[in-house]
Design a protein around this ligand. Structure first.
Ligand SMILES: Nc1ncnc2c1ncn2[C@@H]1O[C@H](COP(=O)(O)OP(=O)(O)OP(=O)(O)O)[C@@H](O)[C@H]1O
Length: 510
């Protein structure tokens, strides 16, 4: 490694109106290292990476890359300088092939068509070299989430990047796919690439990093070598206190059936079958988990339960009452809370304030409304209480929710839904994007709900989330429930196999 750092971020400041996202942040990335970036929700990780990738311009400070001050005006300019980022939400065009995605916007169609053989050959060579299993002629929408992520990574390599930024890449992967990604990161650095890895999962960060930086309040407050730290210390650096990794649980037996799903079938928006005869019960005082790789019908199951997707056949019964096919507002009013997978689409209205979002389903009910008028004081008090209890990082309750960091938006949705005191809580991705300190708190709140006799159905791709709070875990694959397991970490491999659709061990030869 040379004396000059590969990438030096020097005293960068970035404000959004009164909000300080980067408060004089400085960071050095060395060539050939895996550098992880940790920090609480709203600490400023995404904004910092967006500045390195040309998506956001800093107000002050310098980015020095390979010894030269750089100012990127677009991601394309950053890619030209060999800096690429794989975002949490993939940027691929679903109905095009892998190769077509890679050459989008790359010069004249004629030249590209003539070069298509070369493009395919280059993709195959890179795929072989890094064992990525990417076929250049595969259509993106036919691929699983894990495969699409490999397509995104290979795209960055195809463009010849030397610095790869991965933003929470393991959030949607099975344990097996996560192992594979972590070892790929190792192979990339062996070939001289440099990786920045953003994650809230400390075990992964400990496994792959050379160095780890922790951000707080828009600054890097610690940079440590991996050999000199451990997960517990990292958690403390992030959150400023000890974080409990295991949550105590009371052994209360479950009570009456609150939600019963009988042989439910529905189709995805594309018209293809998505949920194929799912039956399950959730009882008062239990948390039932549904594990699975995303794209196996979980989205449609939760939308169908909450009235957001038509049901083809089967029944949903809540508190003994058939709610199948009711409109979402009526389901919402029947003691049914929903923490949705896609909070932007189904959870919040980005342009509205925190207050307005806090009472979205209850704006016409006491104490928030009386005689047809909104009661601003009651709404304000309620919202401030949610913000305080769930530590939603925000200026005040009148701020637009769209300007909060992703994790803080999620905290407000969870706070709102739990405050409604429902009998049944449907959760799809509880802690999506939430940092570990907040996750501990949110999980404790879920366990309190359980202990107070609520029934919870928790759909998640995060196994840690499921193991931490579920009483039993169902595994969903291709629209069906393939099996049930206790929340026992020693059976992680079994769970991973079920998530990949394997219900039986292969027969022994002979
Ligand atoms: N476009 C914007 N307008 C206003 N404020 C913004 C904007 N983008 C980011 N912020 C603010 O900047 C701060 C840092 O946000 P950032 O998204 O970088 O946090 P983060 O560390 O990535 O958090 P998370 O782990 O929740 O993703 C937050 O307080 C956020 O509200």
């Amino acid at each position: 490694m040379s004396n000059k750092p590969f990438l030096r971020i020097d005293n960068i400041r970035k404000r959004f109106g009164p909000i300080v996202a980067s408060d004089g942040v400085s960071l050095e990335i060395e060539e050939g290292e895996i550098h992880s970036l940790l920090g609480e929700n709203g600490a400023g990780k995404s904004v910092l990476m967006s500045m390195i990738c040309g998506m956001v311009r800093p107000d002050e400070g310098e980015i020095v890359y390979r010894g030269e001050v750089v100012r990127f005006n677009s991601p394309r300019e950053a890619i030209r300088q060999r800096i690429g980022m794989v975002h949490q939400h993939f940027m691929l065009v679903p109905n095009l092939t892998v190769a077509e995605n890679y050459i989008l916007g790359q010069g004249s169609a004629l030249r590209v068509i003539n070069d298509m053989d070369k493009v395919h050959a280059r993709i195959r060579a890179l795929s072989d070299r890094y064992a990525l299993d990417v076929r250049p002629d595969a259509v993106v929408e036919d691929l699983s989430v894990g495969e699409q992520q490999r397509v995104e990574i290979l795209k960055a390599l195809f463009h010849g990047i030397d610095l790869l930024i991965l933003d929470e890449p393991t959030a949607v992967l099975t344990p097996q796919e996560t192992d594979r990604l972590l070892s790929l990161m190792g192979d990339l650095v062996k070939d001289g690439k440099t990786v920045v890895f953003i994650s809230h999962k400390l075990d992964e960060v400990m496994r792959v990093s050379n160095r780890i930086s922790v951000m707080r309040d828009g600054r890097v407050v610690h940079t440590v070598d991996v050999g000199e730290t451990n997960a517990r210390e990292l958690a403390r650096m992030m959150v400023g206190r000890d974080v409990r990794m295991e949550l105590p649980r009371s052994p209360e037996p479950a009570g009456r059936i609150v939600l019963s799903v009988e042989n439910l079938t529905c189709r995805a928006e594309t018209g293809l079958p998505a949920v194929r005869g799912v039956s399950l019960d959730v009882r008062a005082g239990e948390i039932v988990g549904i594990a699975g790789v995303s794209g196996n019908g979980q989205t449609e199951l939760s939308l169908a339960l909450s009235g957001l997707l038509p049901v083809d056949s089967g029944r949903v019964v809540l508190n003994g009452k058939d709610i199948t096919g009711l409109d979402p507002a009526r389901i919402n009013a029947s003691s049914f809370s929903h923490i949705p997978e896609d909070r932007h689409k189904h959870g919040i209205v980005m342009s509205l304030s925190l207050s307005e979002n806090a009472i979205l389903q209850r704006y016409d009910q006491a104490p928030f409304a009386a005689r047809g008028m909104l009661n601003g004081r009651a709404i304000g008090e309620h919202t401030r209480d949610l913000i305080k209890r769930f530590r939603v990082k925000s200026r005040d309750e009148n701020q637009a929710i769209g300007s909060l960091s992703g994790g803080n938006q999620q905290k407000l949705v969870v706070a709102r839904e739990l405050a409604r005191n429902p009998d049944f809580i449907l959760v799809n991705q509880l802690a999506r994007g939430i940092d570990i300190g907040a996750m501990e708190f949110v999980m404790e709140e879920m366990l309190k709900q359980r202990d107070n006799g609520r029934a919870v159905l928790l759909i998640s791709t995060e196994l840690e989330e499921l193991f931490a709070i579920c009483d039993r875990i169902l595994v969903m694959f291709h629209g069906e429930i393939l099996g049930e397991l206790p929340p026992d970490r020693s059976r992680l491999d079994e769970l991973g196999l079920l998530m990949a659709g394997k219900t039986e061990q292969p027969a022994l030869a002979g």
